[in-house]
Design a protein around this ligand. Structure first.
Ligand code: IVH
Length: 697
């Protein structure tokens, strides 16, 4: 009984409680780190839960002793297995219109005056502040307590990220007594530039995901089902607006800003009240000049009418307020020397040229590489090794080369020539007609392709093997321990013989954990399995579609072998899957036609316990469940994709061609050869109305 526990707990003095709380908090934090970061738990889950519960009980009895950084406030230890709950915003979260020039700023003011019927000379006070490049977040406080935090989502509905946001040290969990009973505060969650670079270093060392820029790192860090991952990421917030509030907080935007600051929220310091275009432009230029020195990325200025009564009158147009606009900065640029052009070989053999740059500061981030995309791009811009180049970072850490300063080009410079042999395996690198990419033909004999394929295989959306990150895959490949996916699953049997625990950075416990993690992945859902194979052009969405269409691995593999014949029904059915055109089909069929790939695939399948069949979410009680249907001719009441989606949701399999296995052919107007074939084979033919009646039950 909770009451009893609390009253019993209350029997101790506050001083004793404080001591116990501090002790328990420290213990829990230690075990959290041992468990999550070091993969080396020292106590059982049940013992951990007992410590956690004891702390919760003490805090419930002595709420005045709850510390902001208490483990109970960050739910650090409790991994979640459900998705995020959707939340409807009380007031929609809108976006902002954009301004790009002084003229746009003048227009913004003129529009406001016109709407309010103000004379041209009338001055409107504008509150200006930096536009933070992060992701927006809504914080709801009820009775002074943070009760809900949500992402913007589509503006109407977002995701509940309360647990994650509670781990941000920047976000007060309580408001002072003078705050309204109910208030929604909005702001931008972001990552500092230096924290971002540090995070990427750690991610690289642990084989985690590398983020392109601070703006991308923020949502990835926040939308974590396990809030302890968020807690370990250096996220911060700036607040800048209100949603719903039970009583007004101020009558100006600048007043809101001041109140939010008083309540302990981080707000941007460098704001200004401006009158007229001139003052707004002066502020814009000032902030733009200081942009590189700011510790966080900003992508412009937000101007807001300061008077809230005017804001109210101005209202909204479609998805954006009339009383605010975002004045965007151009992308940040810098000049440097392009020292060399190096070639990277990717998972599917694509050769990507990358510029090695003399390190240069671009808007506060030191940059030493830039992507050059492909050989056509290099030729178009005539980029050569040794050139002085202007590079640009649009928030991104991997920037682009904008142009070459040919006036500074050395006389002995030569145009870049794309290698025609793979720099990694020396196989021919060919460029197919009509394609921009040049590809290594070495296949899995090319070490670069083989290791990239393995990295993809173990990645988060594929087999997701805990403790087997990119770095370890590279080491294992280099040392000949893992050369193909099947080898991973043989590791548990070979771990002793390979003396894995004697490797640098390894111990008996980490080996044991890795082997356990590998064992857990011997069962895998079909869609993940297909994605993991790394077939060119088969991403997660296509893998899901293939899994849903074929149901089982055996059926998929058999069908792909049959589909090698372009006249076959199997081929027609493959093309009939949404988003699979001839080019994607070709890549899938090539994978199944390649003897080496098939050998690797069979070896892998033999190592697994089970590739789990796709579980259909379709309504199997329908009269068409399990039937094969073909739509042909022009349908009147619905589009082809709609008809197909509807049939599939009722458990039917939709095929592109008629065969003896077809159950129904639904004919719209002008049905031709398929109708004829159905008649010849004696397959039931339905009109659109008959089909509608049938599925209506
Ligand atoms: S005010 C009615 N102020 O920019 C919209 N937004 O492009 C009120 N943003 O969704 C927004 N810094 O996520 C405001 N100082 C700032 C901002 C800011 C960044 C974001 C916000 C908004 C997006 C629109």
């Amino acid at each position: 009984m909770p009451e009893k526990t609390i009253s019993q707990t209350r029997d101790i003095t506050a001083e004793e409680a404080a001591e116990k709380i501090a002790h328990l908090s420290a213990e829990i934090k230690k075990h959290n780190i041992l468990y999550h970061a070091e993969d080396a738990p020292e106590i059982s889950d049940a013992e951990f839960d007992a410590l956690f519960k004891k702390l919760q009980e003490l805090e419930a009895a002595f709420p005045e002793l709850i510390k902001e950084d208490s483990p109970t406030q960050s739910v650090g230890a409790v991994p979640e297995d459900s998705g995020f709950t959707k939340v409807k915003h009380l007031v929609p979260m809108l976006s902002l219109s954009n301004a790009f020039s002084e003229e746009d700023v003048t227009d913004f003011l003129a529009r406001i005056r016109r709407f309010l019927n103000m004379p041209e000379a009338a001055e409107i006070e504008i509150f200006a502040e930096p536009k933070i490049d992060g992701l927006s977040c809504s914080l709801l406080y009820e009775g002074s307590v943070l009760t809900r935090a949500a992402t913007r989502g589509d503006g109407e509905t977002g995701e509940d990220i309360t647990k994650n946001v509670r781990t941000l040290k920047d976000v007060p969990l309580h408001l002072p007594a003078d705050a309204p009973e109910r208030i929604e505060i909005r702001g931008e969650i972001y990552m500092r530039k230096d924290d971002f670079l540090k995070l990427n270093e750690t991610q690289a060392a642990t084989g985690g995901k590398i983020f392109a820029n601070p703006r991308n790192a923020a949502p990835g860090s926040l939308r974590q089902l396990d809030a302890s991952v968020t807690a370990a990421r250096p996220l911060k917030i700036f607040v800048y607006a209100l949603g719903e509030t039970s009583i007004p907080v101020s009558d100006t935007q600048s007043g809101i800003h001041a109140r939010l600051k008083d309540w302990g929220f981080p707000v941007t310091e460098n704001t200004a009240l401006c009158r007229g275009t001139k003052e707004m432009m002066r502020y814009y230029n000032e902030i733009q000049a200081a942009r590189g020195e700011l510790p966080y990325d900003i992508d412009g200025i937000v101007y807001k009418v300061d008077d809230l009564a005017l804001q109210q009158r101005l209202g909204f147009v479609s998805r954006a307020p009339r009383w605010a606009t975002a004045h965007k900065f151009p992308a940040e640029q810098a000049e440097t020397v392009l020292e060399d052009i190096v070639i990277q070989v990717g998972r599917t053999g694509t050769l990507t040229p990358v510029a090695k740059l003399a390190p240069v500061n671009v808007g506060g981030v030191i940059v030493s590489r830039a992507t050059l995309h492909n050989e056509d791009e290099i030729a178009r811009k005539d980029i050569r090794a040794g050139d002085h180049v202007v590079i640009q970072r649009a928030g991104d850490v991997i920037p682009q080369v904008v142009r070459v300063d040919t006036a500074k080009r050395r006389a002995d410079s030569v145009p870049f020539a794309m290698p025609e042999i793979c720099p990694e395996c020396h196989s021919p690198a060919l460029r197919k007609e009509g394609e921009v990419a040049r590809r290594c033909t070495g296949g899995l004999a090319c070490p670069a392709q083989a290791v990239e394929r393995l990295k993809h295989f173990v990645s988060k959306s594929a087999f997701d093997i805990d403790g087997l990150g990119s770095k370890i895959v590279e080491e294992f490949y280099r040392d000949g321990i893992v050369e193909k996916p099947g080898d991973i699953f043989r590791l548990p049997k070979r771990a002793d013989a390979l003396k894995l625990e004697t490797r640098e950075g390894w111990g008996a416990l980490s080996v044991k954990n890795l082997m356990a993690a590998i064992g857990k992945k011997q069962r895998i859902p079909l869609d993940r399995f297909i994605y993991a194979l790394g077939i060119r052009q088969v991403g997660q969405a296509t893998a899901k579609r293939l899994a849903a269409s074929y149901g089982s691995f055996e059926n998929w593999a058999d069908s792909m072998k049959a589909a090698q014949d372009k006249e076959s029904d199997a081929y027609a059915n493959l093309l009939n899957i949404e988003d699979i055109g001839a080019a994607v089909a070709e890549d899938i069929l090539m994978f199944f036609a390649d003897a080496q790939q098939q050998e690797i695939l069979e070896d892998l399948v033999a190592q697994l316990d089970k590739i789990e069949d796709h579980v259909s979410t379709a309504d199997m009680s329908s009269p068409v469940a399990g039937k094969t249907v073909v739509f042909t001719g022009k349908l009147e009441t619905m589009g082809r994709s709609e008809a197909k989606a509807k049939a599939e949701s009722l458990g039917a399999r939709v095929s592109g061609s008629v065969s003896a296995k077809t159950d129904f052919v639904i004919c719209g107007a002008d049905a031709g050869s398929k109708r004829k074939k159905a008649e010849d084979l004696g397959v039931t033919i339905l009109s659109e109305e008959e089909w509608a009646e049938l599925i209506a039950g």
